[in-house]
Design a protein around this ligand. Structure first.
Ligand SMILES: NC(=O)c1ccc[n+]([C@@H]2O[C@H](COP(=O)([O-])OP(=O)(O)OC[C@H]3O[C@@H](n4cnc5c(N)ncnc54)[C@H](O)[C@@H]3O)[C@@H](O)[C@H]2O)c1
Length: 378
C-alpha cells in the first residue's frame, strides 16, 4: 500500500488535532493510502515536546526550512496564524510539496489570490481545511437538496457560532488582533466553514449586506494591562444567490459572541415542497420537512455514524464528533490526492477559498458604506 508522509508547520490546537487523526488512520476501513505524520515544526519547544509521544514523528524542529528540505515529506499541513499563511503556503509549494492549508487561506483576498496563483504555477495538489460538512448530517442535507425533493428553494440560512469570547476577562490572543487575523476578523475564522456547502452547491452570493459587530473592543493583555481587540467579533451577512433563475435570500452568520453556543455549525434550506435542517447542537439529528395533505411535518431522523464519506470501524449507531469529521476531512484530502475520491465529498478547493474571500471583501465594503454590495469574483 502506498504511504503518504505528512509534515506539520504550526503544532498548536489544530496541529495536535491532525496528529490525533493520523495516529488512528488504521481505523479507516479499506482505505487505499497509509498516512504517517513524520515531522513537526513549531517555534515553541513546549509545543514540540508534546509530539515526542507520536511514534511516527522523526523530525521535531523550530526551523521550517529543515522540514521543507526533507525529501521524504509529501504533504505539509500548515496551521499558523493568518498573517503567516501566504508566506508559508508559497514556501511549501516552492519546495515541491503538496499542501493542506488552513482557512482562511491568506489574511485577505490579495493573499488568497497570490496563493491560488502559486498553486497553479507549481501545479501542486492543494486544499483548504473545513471539516464540519464531513459529518453525516451535512452530507444528508446535501443529498436532500440534490434530490430535488425541496421543490423551488426559497430560503437558506447557515452559520457557525462560538461563545468562547463571552467572557470579557479572557486575555487577548492572535485570533482577536487585526494584524494577525486580518480585517475580516471572525469571517476569516469561521466564514469558510459556513460557505463550504453553499459554494459546493453552486450558491455563490451575488450581493451582500453586512452587519459587523465589534462588541468587546479591549481585552486583558495577560501582563496586567489592556490590549485593543480590534477585529470584528460577530458578522451577519445578508446575501442573495441565484438558484435556477430565482433570487433567493441566504443569511450567513459567523459569531464569536453567540450566547450559549460552543461550536455550533448549522444549515437550513427551505423550499416550496420540502425543507431540511441540521445543527451540530444536536449532532446526530436530521430534520426534514414535507407536506402531507393538509399536514405540514418536520420529521426527525436519528443518523448515528452512518453516512460519513469514509467508512471506519465505528459502529453505525454511534455518535460522531469533532475529531471524527476532522479525520474524515483528512481522509478526503489523501483520497482525492491519490485519485480515489470517486463521488465522495471533497475538501475546499483554492478556487472556493478565494470565492469566500471575495464575499468577505464585499462584506467589509458593505459595512464601511452601509450599502448592499455586489460580490466581485476574481
Ligand atoms: N479547521 C478548524 O476547525 C480550525 C479550528 C481552529 C483554528 N483553525 C485554523 O488553524 C490555524 C491555526 O490555528 P490554531 O488554533 O491551531 O492556532 P494556535 O495558536 O493554537 O497554533 C499556532 C501554532 O503556530 C506556532 N507558530 C507561530 N508562528 C510560527 C512560525 N513562524 N513557525 C512555526 N510555528 C509557528 C505557534 O507557536 C502555535 O503553536 C489558523 O489558520 C486557524 O484559523 C482551524
Amino acid at each position: 500500500m502506498k504511504q503518504v508522509n505528512i509534515g506539520i508547520i504550526g503544532g498548536g490546537l489544530m496541529g495536535r488535532e491532525a496528529a490525533g487523526a493520523f495516529g488512528r488512520w488504521f481505523t479507516l476501513n479499506d482505505f487505499p493510502v497509509k498516512a504517517a505524520l513524520t515531522a513537526v515544526c513549531d517555534l515553541s519547544e513546549q509545543v514540540l515536546s508534546w509530539y515526542k509521544s507520536v511514534p511516527t514523528v522523526k523530525l521535531l524542529t523550530t526551523d521550517y526550512k529543515k522540514l521543507l528540505a526533507d525529501p521524504d515529506i509529501d504533504v505539509v499541513y500548515v496551521a499558523l496564524p493568518h498573517n503567516l499563511h501566504k508566506e508559508f503556503y508559497l514556501e511549501v509549494l516552492a519546495a515541491g510539496k503538496d499542501l493542506l492549508g488552513e482557512k482562511p487561506f491568506g489574511i485577505d483576498l490579495e493573499d488568497a489570490m497570490a496563493i491560488k496563483d502559486a498553486v497553479k504555477a507549481h501545479d501542486r495538489f492543494v486544499r483548504c481545511s473545513s471539516e464540519m460538512p464531513f459529518l453525516p448530517g451535512p452530507q444528508r442535507v446535501i443529498k436532500e437538496i440534490q434530490s430535488g425533493r425541496l421543490g423551488q428553494i426559497i430560503e437558506i440560512k447557515a452559520g457557525f457560532l462560538h461563545s468562547s469570547d463571552m467572557d470579557p476577562s479572557k486575555p487577548i490572543n492572535w485570533k482577536r488582533q487585526m494584524k494577525f487575523c486580518g480585517e475580516i476578523g471572525v469571517m476569516g475564522d469561521l466564514g469558510m466553514h459556513v460557505l463550504h456547502v453553499p459554494l459546493r452547491l453552486g450558491w455563490k452570493p451575488e450581493t451582500v449586506y453586512a452587519q459587523l459587530q465589534g462588541i468587546f473592543t479591549e481585552r486583558p493583555d495577560g501582563k496586567g494591562g489592556v490590549a485593543a481587540c480590534d477585529t470584528w467579533n460577530n458578522a451577519t451577512l445578508n446575501t442573495q444567490v441565484d438558484i435556477d433563475g430565482h433570487k433567493v435570500p441566504m443569511t450567513l452568520e459567523t459569531k464569536r459572541i453567540a450566547p450559549g453556543e460552543t461550536n455550533t455549525w448549522y444549515i437550513e434550506v427551505l423550499g416550496t415542497k420540502g425543507g431540511v435542517k441540521y445543527s451540530t447542537k444536536d449532532t446526530k439529528t436530521l430534520w426534514t420537512f414535507k407536506l402531507d395533505g393538509e399536514e405540514q411535518l418536520w420529521q426527525r431522523t436519528d443518523l448515528g455514524f452512518k453516512g460519513v464519506p469514509f467508512s471506519t470501524i465505528t459502529g453505525g449507531i454511534f455518535e460522531p464528533g469533532f475529531s471524527d469529521c476532522f479525520m474524515q476531512m483528512l481522509a478526503a484530502y489523501v483520497a482525492e490526492r491519490a485519485g480515489e475520491l470517486r463521488d465522495r465529498f471533497g475538501c475546499v478547493t483554492p478556487e472556493e477559498a478565494v470565492a469566500s474571500h471575495c464575499v468577505f471583501a464585499a462584506a467589509l465594503k458593505s459595512q464601511a458604506n452601509q450599502t448592499v454590495e455586489k460580490v466581485i469574483y476574481l
